[in-house]
Design a protein. Structure first.
Length: 207
């Protein structure tokens, strides 16, 4: 059996009855790419998901405000809390190794893209673009993305893929409405929205 199917079945088998810790929808897709596989992450993937996030987040060191950086960037308890809050993680895997992760979280009338990271050694290989394109195809709601304002590479990436930075006052309102983040993070972040969001919120033009 191919590795991606073996791991997928193992993750489903590991889910306790009535589990809310990992949401793997019945009949969910597994995308076989040219050089990897996109699949839902399950409980057995927790260490790998955490590892990818903290490896990739090292790029923030010395870039985001010093008082916002900590090592590790994400603790185990924080990741568990995000999963419990409804973040559904998908991973990009090659030969049984998770190299990229991206979460999506339905909140009210929008879906948030959360915790999008690619292992440092595998950046600029199209992994993030593949994950983003795949998740966009699964979502009908407008999409919002929050990231550090100083992470200019991330902002460029999302702009390249059709997202637009919203103006600062609206950014603050959106972060307080759809995210649960500290005031300091609100001050130092940006929010990007897709075309669908702007079409449904015509009073707020692209910045």
């Amino acid at each position: 059996m191919p590795e991606h199917l073996r791991r997928f079945r193992a993750n489903i088998a590991a889910l306790p009855a009535g589990s809310v810790r990992w949401r793997i929808a019945a009949g969910c897709a597994i995308a076989i790419m040219q050089n990897g596989t996109i699949r839902p992450c399950g409980p057995l993937d927790f260490p790998a998901v955490l590892g990818v996030i903290n490896d990739a987040a090292r790029a923030y060191r010395g870039v985001i405000p010093e008082d916002c950086w900590h090592d590790p960037y994400m603790a185990e308890g924080e990741l568990r809390a995000e999963i419990l809050a409804g973040v559904e993680f998908w991973g990009w895997e090659r030969e049984g190794t998770l190299l990229g992760v991206m979460g999506m979280q339905p909140v009210g009338d929008v879906t948030l893209i959360r915790h999008a990271y690619v292992a440092d050694a595998c950046r600029r290989q199209g992994i993030g673009a593949s994950l983003l394109g795949f998740l966009r195809g699964r979502v009908r709601n407008p999409l919002l993305i929050g990231t550090w304002a100083a992470a200019t590479w991330a902002v460029r990436f999302y702009r390249k893929h059709g997202f637009t930075v919203v103006e600062p006052a609206l950014k603050n309102r959106l972060l307080k409405t759809y995210w649960t983040v500290p005031e300091r993070q609100i001050e130092t972040s940006v929010v990007l929205a897709d075309e669908r969001w702007f079409s449904e919120n015509r009073n707020f033009g692209p910045r």
